[in-house]
Each structure stands twice: as C-alpha cells, then as structure tokens.
Design a protein around this ligand. Structure first.
Ligand code: ADE
Ligand code: ZN
Ligand code: ZN
Length: 258
C-alpha cells in the first residue's frame, strides 16, 4: 500500500511538474504558419536539413527530448524569467542559459560554416520550438512562481494552473487541429507582416513580457476560470501563435538567405 501511495504521489508530482510549453498543437500552429512566410531559398535549405519533415512536425522536438537525460542542459532554454521592474540584461543572464541565449545559439550554429549537418538539424528543430515558447507570455514570466506553474486555478471543473491554461488548456478547449488553427489565422497585409518582423529577439521578448504582466493580472490563485476567460484571452493566444510563425520565418529567411 505504501509503495502504491508513493507511486501515485510521484506520478502527480511528475505530471504537475511537467510544463509542456505551448503544448503540441500550439507549437505546430506556429511551425505551420511559418511555412507560409518562407522564401524559396530558405524552404529549399530547410527541406534538405529536415528530409521531408515540416516545421510543424519538428516543432515539438524541443519538448520530446526533455525525457532524455542527455539533453538536460537544454531545459532552461525554454523560458526566461527576470523581475518585472527590470529589462532583460539589467541583471547578469543565467549561466545555465535561457530562452534568449538558446535562440541566439541556434541562430549562430545555423549560420556557421563549420557546423555539421547533424548539428544544424538539431539546432533548427530547437529554434522552431523556442521561437514558439518566446511567444507564450508565461515563458517570459516570473521566476518565483515558475512562470505561473505554481499558480493553481480551476479550468472549468478541472484542477490546472495558470501556466497550463496558457500552454494548452485554452488551445485544447477550442478543439481545432493545428492545421485548422493555422489555416484560420487572421489574414494580414504585407505591411503588417513586415512590421511584426521588425525588431530584435530581445524586443520580441519585452513585448511578450508586457503580455505576461496582463496574464498575471487576469486570474487569482484558486480562481475558477472557463467560458469568459476563453472569450477574452483566446484571441491573444491565436495572435501570439501567428506572431511566432511570422517571426520564425523571418529568422529562417535571414539564416538561409541565398
Ligand atoms: N520553469 C521556471 N520558469 C518557467 C517558465 N517561465 N516557464 C516554464 N517553465 C518554467
Ligand atoms: Zn509552458
Ligand atoms: Zn519549450
């Protein structure tokens, strides 16, 4: 009996502790949208690296490898936390790495003439994933509550936490596949696309951070959230997934310029 109880407890701890980022659907939407904004040259070079797999397919690789201890050091790459009254860079960036250092490394390796084919494949898959994470507001959150993972809330009748609501509960509740969500992204004029692609990775992080502040203010610990939360917040989720795709394409087009 004791063994059974401790087994159950470790399962609960494991499942609560497993932050799964945007969730598979969210990451795939971002990958799928990025495909629509690639230049022919970038498409060609990406295809030769991914050997038939699309950006949506490889977008979840960054989460898949979390279960493999050999890839433990990439864990901190999925998020960046710093105090709300500071800008990134005001304090020394974490020596364990963070989302910005992760993305920067991916870009460097992909641009390098010295990196091997295998290295490029790995860092390309990571880049697709991490640009998705960069647009999940709570991946640019507060360290003390692990980006909202420690803020327990009720999602309809189920126990959840604020981080999970933003990673996956809202997206799953909507009930569309990643291809349907990507196909129904708002149509944007070329100038709007160009505007979204302006700025640096740090600018994008600060923009996501402004959203994170609103997300923290959107729900109290223990609050029951559901229909009206979905109605108010899901448009922001859709927008963030689309921005992620459009900006991922921008990074890839620059990396793989002819
Ligand atoms: N762990 C600690 N901070 C986190 C964050 N912002 N997002 C996901 N996991 C985290
Ligand atoms: Zn997450
Ligand atoms: Zn992630």
């Amino acid at each position: 009996m004791r063994i059974l109880i401790s087994l159950c407890l470790s399962c609960i701890v494991y499942s609560v502790g497993m932050a799964n980022d945007w969730g598979k659907t969210g990451h795939r939407v971002t990958g799928e949208i990025a495909e629509n904004y690639l230049t022919p040259e970038a498409k060609k070079q990406i295809d030769s690296l991914l050997n038939g797999q699309g950006l949506a397919f490889v977008s979840v690789y960054g989460d898949d490898i979390k279960s493999d201890d050999r890839y433990k050091k990439y864990g901190p790459w999925h998020y960046v936390n710093y105090p709300f009254d500071k800008k990134y860079g005001d304090e020394k960036p974490s020596k364990h790495g963070d989302l910005i250092q992760g993305i920067t490394t991916c870009v460097q390796v992909l641009k390098s003439t010295k990196a091997t084919h295998e290295e490029k494949v790995f860092y390309l898959k990571m880049l697709v994933h991490l640009v998705g994470d960069l647009h999940q507001p709570l991946h640019v959150g507060r360290g003390e509550d692990k980006g909202g993972n420690d803020i327990q809330v009720r999602w309809f009748r189920e126990g959840s936490n604020l981080h999970r609501v933003w990673d996956s509960d809202m997206i799953d509740y909507y009930g569309m596949s990643y291809t349907e969500l990507a196909a129904n992204a708002d149509r944007l004029a070329p100038i709007a696309v160009k505007t979204l692609q302006e700025g640096t990775i740090i600018d994008w992080v600060e923009e996501t951070r402004a959203l994170a502040k609103k997300v923290y203010a959107s729900a109290e610990i223990g609050q029951k959230i559901g229909y009206s939360y979905m109605y108010q917040q899901f448009p922001i989720v859709r927008k963030q997934l689309q921005k992620g795709g459009i900006r991922l394409a921008k990074l890839l087009n620059d990396i793989f310029a002819a």
